[in-house]
Structure formats: C-alpha cells, structure tokens
Ligand binder design. Structure first.
Ligand SMILES: [Zn+2]
Length: 329
C-alpha cells in the first residue's frame, strides 16, 4: 500500500514541483530522521513495519545525507538548533534492536557519521518480545480465522482483514495494568501461546555492543524501561520509567544521558507528567514521532519532531522528503 506521504513525495518528484519549491524556499533548521530496524522485513517473523530500510538502502541514504546536509550528532544539537540558517540532519534509532549494532553501526562508521540510539533498557536487561513483534508472531503462527467480539474486542476481528492494526490499536488503548491480560487473552484465543522468550534474546543489543558503539562515536538516550505509552501511565510510573532507563544507561555507559524519545511518539502519547519527569531527571531534549522538521530557534526542547523512515521509502522519495521536509509533517 502506498502511504499518503509517499504519494505526495512521488507527485512532487514527478511533476518537477520539488525542483521549483527547493529553489524558492529552502528550509532552515534540523531534520531528525527516525529509524527502528535495519534489515530484511520480508525474511522476519516479527513486525515488518519496524524495518526502516535494508542495509543497502540505509547505506545509500547516509551517503546522500552526508553529501547534501550537515549531519550532526547529539552533542552539536544545541549549536545547530540556534543557527538562524543551515540545513542540519540528525539520525536517530529507537528501541535497541541488535541489527542497529550489526548492520547500522558499521555503515555509520564507514561514512564517519554519528547517530543517537534511544534504548528501552528493559529489553537489554531482560530480553523479551515487545507487543508489536509478539503480535506479528502470533498472527503468523495461528490457524484461527476469526476472533469473536468480547470484553476486549468491541467487534469481531477477521484475521484476513488487517488484524495486526486492529489488535494493536486495542492494546494501545489499554491502561498499563491491563496490557498483559490482553496478551494472555490473545495467546489463548489464537491458540499460539506466548512467543517463546528464547526468540527475544537474539533480538536486542547487549551492553557490550552499546559500549562499543559509544566508544565509536555514537550517543545514547532514554526510551523508558518497559516501553509503555507514557500518557496511559500514572505520574509515578512515568517518573520511574523516565528516571530508571537513564540510571541504567549512565551505569552501563558511564556518560551523561540527556536525551529521550517518547515510546510511540505521537503528541497524545506523552503529557505534562512526562515533561515534569524529564525536567526532574535533568533531561534536555525529548523527541516525538510526528513528522516534519525542527525550525531554527525551536523553543520547546521536549517536543522535537522527527520524521520516520519506513521501508516503503525508496531513495528518490527519501531525497524528496529530505529536501522538502516542511511538506511531510
Ligand atoms: Zn519505541
């Protein structure tokens, strides 16, 4: 399926509008790209939506950015954001998947480009499947055709009609105290059981890998411990998630941790309690997932917009979004 974003990028590209607009109004500020996984989505039994690019495409994207923009690391952000003119680009990754170390890191190193990795430390400390990967695994494994409406599902769900999106939406709407019960319900009614924990341990980076990346010029930030949607959590839970992931990263990496990315990252996924927790733990930057770019002088450092890289972006569309980010928020 072609996303609205890709359709717009393709139209701009094909009609030559992009060339005209580029010449007329260059953007100034910082464009933050957000990746999750690098690799082959089709060959994975887990959530294919998490794959941002193949290794080859990522290599081409980094080469293009390096050639056309000022690619900065987190340590240069304060200076870049306050420049009245300039097109800065920063690369970020969320969650802590092992392919970040095995595939992305060597490519970044080969181009001499830094990136910032936001880690949900619970996945590193106690490897387990995140809901999106477990749900994708359940749907690939089950033989059930339909789930009847019940206390969890307002209407029946046909497994041939985008069940992943619908079942995940239910999960995201639940308070954190109910999410495990919901997964137990799905495991039971789909007949798959829960995803074996052994599959999870190869999924995530290990602390030694993070240390090697840190020594190689990469920076790290917090992404909670358990990856909850923070706005669904109490103020105390939020404070713990925000503070504890920072404490683990500081312990393991031995450097200050001042940046954070909100799990799920839409504007409704964090709130004033999240901001209060970030302030009290001394964070300076927090990133959302709303698209677009950050204008020069952007004042709200706890609401920095990032643009997602998704696997249906080919290089020509990637270039268009990079060149005209104001049309993709
Ligand atoms: Zn995440």
């Amino acid at each position: 399926m072609v996303s609205k974003r890709n359709l717009l990028a393709h139209t701009l590209d094909a009609t030559g509008c992009a060339r005209v607009l580029r010449a007329a109004r260059p953007w100034n500020g910082v464009l933050f790209w957000n990746y999750h996984r690098i690799g082959d989505a089709a060959g994975s039994v887990f959530d294919p939506h998490l794959f941002s690019a193949t290794a080859e495409d990522f290599d081409r994207q980094v080469a293009f950015l390096k050639q056309n923009f000022d690619v900065i690391g987190l340590n240069d952000l304060e200076q870049a954001i306050n420049q009245p003119r300039g097109q800065f680009v920063m690369l970020t990754f969320d969650d802590g998947y092992r392919d970040n170390f095995e595939l992305a890191f060597p490519i970044l190193k080969s181009h001499g480009v830094p990136a910032t990795f936001f880690i949900a430390t619970g996945f590193i400390d106690r490897p387990r499947m995140p809901v999106w990967d477990e749900l994708a695994w359940m749907l690939r494994t089950t033989h059930v055709k339909t789930l009847a409406a019940n206390e969890w599902l307002p209407t029946s769900v046909s497994l041939s009609d985008q069940p992943f999106r619908r079942l995940l939406a239910v999960y995201k709407s639940l308070g954190t105290e109910l999410t495990e019960m919901y997964l137990e319900f799905l495991a039971d009614s789909l007949g798959t059981g829960r995803c074996p924990i052994s599959l999870a341990s190869e999924q995530w980076m290990q602390w030694d890998m993070l240390r090697e990346m840190h020594a190689g010029g990469m920076t790290f930030g917090g992404h909670t411990v358990n990856h909850p949607i923070l706005a669904n959590s109490t103020a105390d839970q939020q404070d713990w998630e925000v503070g504890e992931c920072q404490r683990r990263l500081v312990d393991e990496l031995g450097s200050r941790i001042e940046a954070f990315s909100y799990p799920n990252g839409k504007r409704g996924d964090f709130n004033e309690f999240t901001r209060a927790a970030l302030r009290s733990h001394g964070y300076r930057w927090a990133f959302n997932y709303s698209g677009g770019y950050c204008h020069s002088g952007h004042a709200d450092h706890f609401d920095l917009p990032r643009t997602a890289v998704e696997s249906d972006i080919n290089l020509s569309l990637f270039r268009t979004v990079a060149t005209l980010p104001q049309f993709f928020s």
